[in-house]
Design a protein around this ligand. Structure first.
Ligand code: 5GP
Ligand code: ZN
Length: 140
């Protein structure tokens, strides 16, 4: 896609600090470095979000995640690592080329927070069971 920042990074039109590249995917340091070693993993083909991601592309992308995560662990020696993916503006997506955030964690506070606060104290189990049937129907 011509006006996509990440497609431009793949094409080498915008500079980036790459950590891994093969025929199908690219991993590079996020410019914002929310935590030290904050890395983005993207497919080389443009897909906007998880709803548009072909299964084969997802499989290839995720297959590379353990080795990239392990290389970040070896390099930065974090105590943990979050894997995050935002889909849609309401979920915090700002670049509309599918990507995974790999966020090494160092017992730090205040750098990265979840969008939710607390789980609902009394989940509506009967309601959830009805939704589970709908989800299962949609998957079949
Ligand atoms: P999102 O908010 O869509 O989940 O994440 C987009 C990420 O892309 C942000 O964390 C942002 O810092 C990163 N980003 C945006 N533009 C560039 C860029 O030109 N280079 C790099 N390396 N990262 C970028
Ligand atoms: Zn793109």
């Amino acid at each position: 896609m011509t006006d996509c920042i990440f497609c431009k990074i793949i094409a080498g039109e915008i500079p980036s600090v790459k950590v891994y590249e093969d025929n199908d995917i690219l991993a590079f340091f996020d410019i914002s470095q929310v935590t030290k070693g904050h890395t983005l993993v993207i497919p080389k083909h443009h897909h906007e979000n998880v709803f548009e991601l072909p299964e084969g592309v997802a499989a290839t992308l995720f297959a590379a995640v353990p080795k990239i995560a392990t290389a970040l662990q070896t390099t930065f020696e974090p105590t943990g690592l979050n894997i995050l993916n935002n889909n849609g503006e309401s979920a915090g997506q700002s670049v509309f080329h599918y990507h995974l955030h790999l966020l090494p964690r160092y017992e730090e506070t205040g750098l990265y927070g979840s969008l939710w606060n607390e789980a609902q104290a009394t989940p509506d189990l009967e309601g959830l069971k009805k939704y589970a049937l709908k989800v299962a129907h949609s998957l079949s």
